[in-house]
Design a protein around this ligand. Structure first.
Ligand code: ZN
Length: 422
């Protein structure tokens, strides 16, 4: 992440917070943008998801039209995010029964993603090659209400115009407002139990890596493993394990950290199974956080994992301002020592039992590992770019075995932590 991008996002966030509560309709004045309505209110009883059953993209490098067909009338709102330029379309909860190729990017857009965002909402994120503006957006009723067509027209604009659109808009909703609170030095502890947050990487609109053989999405692999791991850990006495997400929904990286902290987690384990260009590389890796990456592979991987919020169209937030606080700093250092212990314990529990990458404990700047007060590791179970690893990752028996080994590691770590007053 370039520092300039961070600063830009910080100022965007402060504007977002300042403008919260103003009505979405004022976007009309700012950007000649037609907004058909706002996203359904979260407190209403959960309706059946809309069905998006067809879509198409047409256009060139100057103008591009995106059309999505729904079974019922979709309320929607449109926002912009910078670095890279994205048009974010928020929708009520939607089941996307689309052929993948129907939203293949073309024209102004180089990536198009869609999926659930949690709290009864879904999202379409159109990533553009350069600055764009939505010139027209509307929902058209078809055949007397049998279906509804959402039409979004985007056009190329200059940077000044895009910056103006970005500055004038405001967001509502929970995703962007999920700011990491000031860290508590002493978080609330549960009734003596050892609390473990198990974080299934990716989810919803963020599919994660795609397996090279079966095209399996990483978000499903991580959730299946996380569920097995929580069940295994909860069979141990004195341990309370829970999932940061228990279904296919998107959580931002700060939200994952915050969920763990709010529940007073003593340990945070984020589960992943990525792909690499080097298809022969296989085996598990355990990561801890560090300003400096241990090697290129770790740096690349952290960079890709950190893209999660970008994929989902969440404006990145600035790092917490309290980093300089001496108490936080001491807590961080102590937490870091515990994280490294946990990583080593996991590696030694895996050794000789399952495949490990060379140098299986590595470090890099993973945003999901930055809780100042919760020892955190990120576990890459294996690589879905490797056929043998992919097979194992999809095997429930293998998941059981690895969960058992992790439970052993947790037990050992906990004994050490108790001995060291942790
Ligand atoms: Zn991942």
């Amino acid at each position: 992440m370039k520092p300039s991008a961070n600063h830009m996002c910080a100022s965007l966030l402060s504007r977002v917070l300042r403008f919260r509560g103003r009505i979405v309709a004022s976007v009309l004045v700012a950007g000649a943008l037609m907004v058909a309505g706002t996203v359904a209110h979260a407190t209403e009883p959960a309706p059946t998801p809309l069905l998006a059953f067809a879509a198409r993209v047409a256009g060139d490098d100057a103008r591009t039209r995106v059309v999505v067909e729904f079974d019922r009338k979709p309320e929607f709102s449109i926002h912009y995010v910078a670095n890279p330029v994205r048009v974010v379309v928020d929708l009520p909860e939607t089941a996307f029964g689309l052929k993948a190729e129907s939203l293949e990017p073309r024209g102004l857009f180089e990536t198009i993603r869609y999926g659930g965002m949690g709290a009864g909402s879904s999202r379409l994120v159109l990533t553009s090659k350069g600055p764009v503006a939505v010139s027209h957006a509307e929902v058209i009723e078809e055949e007397g209400g049998k279906s509804y067509r959402l039409v979004i027209d985007a056009e190329k604009v200059d940077q000044t115009r895009f910056d103006a659109l970005l500055g004038e808009q405001q967001w509502t909703g929970s995703i962007v407002a999920a700011k990491t609170d000031r860290p508590n030095v002493a978080p609330a502890q549960k009734s003596g139990a050892f609390v473990i947050a198990i974080d299934a990487g990716h989810g919803g609109i963020d599919t994660g890596a795609i397996g090279s053989g079966t095209k399996t999405e990483e978000k499903h692999v991580t959730l299946a493993f996380a569920q097995e791991l929580v069940a295994t850990l909860n069979r141990e006495s004195g341990i309370e394990a829970f999932l940061t997400r228990d279904k296919d929904v998107f959580l931002s990286l700060p939200q994952r950290v915050q969920i763990a902290r709010n529940k007073g987690a003593n340990l945070f384990i984020s589960i992943h199974a990525d792909t690499l260009k080097q298809k022969d590389i296989r085996g598990a890796t355990v990561y801890t956080i560090s300003d400096k990456a241990s090697d290129h592979l770790a740096a690349d991987l952290a960079q890709r994992e950190n893209l999660s919020d970008e994929i989902a169209g969440v404006p990145l937030q600035s790092e917490p301002a309290e980093v300089a606080d001496i108490l936080i700093d001491l807590t961080r250092r102590e937490t870091q020592a515990f994280s490294v212990n946990m990583a080593r314990t996991v590696v030694s529990s895996f050794e000789g039992q399952i495949n490990l990458i060379n140098n299986p404990h590595r470090h890099a700047g993973f945003r999901v590992l930055q809780a100042p007060d919760v020892p955190s590791i990120l576990l890459e179970l294996g690589f879905m770019s490797n056929k043998d690893d992919e097979k194992l990752l999809l095997d429930p028996e293998w998941r059981k075995k690895v969960s058992g080994l992790l439970a052993v590691a947790v037990r050992r770590y906990r004994e050490q932590a108790v001995a060291n007053g942790g």
